[in-house]
Design a protein around this ligand. Structure first.
Ligand code: SF4
Ligand code: SF4
Length: 328
């Protein structure tokens, strides 16, 4: 164990702020002895933000996952088979005609949920800046399961591939890819919002793209708000009210496979809001839209692509279509 949970003072704050801990009526110290719940935590980080002695439930859950796997817990036989088959060596990757030093890397979920917007961005970047697009998965879902060997394999595969292709920088659309790849790649990583010239060429210049309503931040950006700050020049903070009482969209930590009802409860929590919810994470959008609430990705709004988010089997079809697409 790398987390010193013994310093817990039993204040109960973590339980109060986490629906997973609340469901089992435990705090983080008690969670440390319940390895059978290793994969039920959303890795959202809300507990660490409220804990007065700085205990990190995310790391605790990752430690428990490692322990379970070492004890022989078989993820293939326990609900993760499809995810592992798809993402262990991402089956929908596409590196066709990549011939630029800077490449767009939309990740696996943005193209799955927003294929039309992905195509518009990909084509404009090629046309205006000579930037190619790479379709691949960053490896975060496998890392969240704490499959160390597989995580190392994906990291090496990506680093070697980018080196072979002479890629020096990846431009990303996904906050999860951004934080994960910053830690795991040898090359420069940036979000599309950091590139003024690119954004200028993409943004639809009309009053109809005013962003008003509610905002929900993705878990990895909640601490430093790095991506949120990049977006500030494109949104009016005064027109957006932040949703802070829901800990996670339900996608985090691959916990939804174990916690189906709890995940639905998290998603249903968004029904309490009657205004449009803006997001900058396609995964959050995909999860929250399951509760039939009004969600929109900020990037789609800025580009005025007017794209209805894909759901269900269509998301798999979209990934598959991008894997066979020949690029110019
Ligand atoms: S990381 Fe999130 S889901 Fe896990 S224990 Fe902490 S608050 Fe709960
Ligand atoms: S918030 Fe921290 S100190 Fe309080 S019960 Fe949870 S782990 Fe213990």
């Amino acid at each position: 164990m790398t987390v010193n949970y013994e310093k817990c003072i039993n204040c109960g704050k973590c339980t109060k702020h986490c629906s997973f801990l609340k469901k089992y009526n435990i705090n983080l110290k008690e969670y440390a002895n319940l390895a059978h719940l290793a994969f039920n935590c959303y890795l959202c980080g809300e507990c660490k933000r409220v804990c007065p002695v700085d205990i990190d439930g995310r790391q605790l859950s990752l430690d428990l996952r490692e322990k379970r796997i070492k004890e022989g817990y078989n993820l293939y036989l326990n609900g993760y088979g499809a995810l592992l088959l798809e993402k262990r060596n991402y089956i929908f990757k596409n590196y066709a005609n990549v011939n630029s030093k800077v490449a767009l890397f939309p990740g696996c979920n943005f193209p799955a949920y927003y294929p039309k917007t992905t195509m518009i961005i990909s084509e404009k970047l090629k046309e205006n800046f000579g930037i190619s697009t790479i379709f691949d998965c960053c490896g975060k879902p496998i890392s969240d399961l704490n499959l160390k060997k597989e995580k190392g394999y994906i990291r090496d595969r990506l680093n070697n591939r980018f080196k072979e292709l002479g890629i020096e920088e990846l431009i990303l659309l996904c906050p999860n890819c951004y934080y994960y790849l910053k830690e795991n790649l040898d090359i420069k990583i940036s979000m599309i919002y950091e590139h003024d010239e690119i954004m200028e060429s993409l943004i639809f210049k009309d009053n109809s793209n005013k962003i008003e309503g509610l905002l929900f931040l993705p878990c990895p950006d909640k601490d430093s708000r790095t991506i949120y700050k990049m977006l500030e020049k494109y949104i009016d903070n005064n027109s957006l009210q932040e949703i802070t009482n829901i800990q996670c969209c339900g996608a985090g930590g691959c916990a939804s496979i174990k916690e189906k009802e709890l995940t639905k409860d998290l998603q249903d929590g968004f029904k309490a809001y009657d205004k449009r919810i803006y997001l900058y994470c396609a995964t959050c959008a995909g999860m929250i839209t399951k509760s039939n609430v009004n969600v929109e990705h900020i990037l789609c709004k800025l580009l005025n692509t007017d794209e209805k988010i894909s759901t269900g089997i269509a998301t798999v079809k979209n990934r598959a279509l991008f894997s066979i697409k020949r690029q110019r």
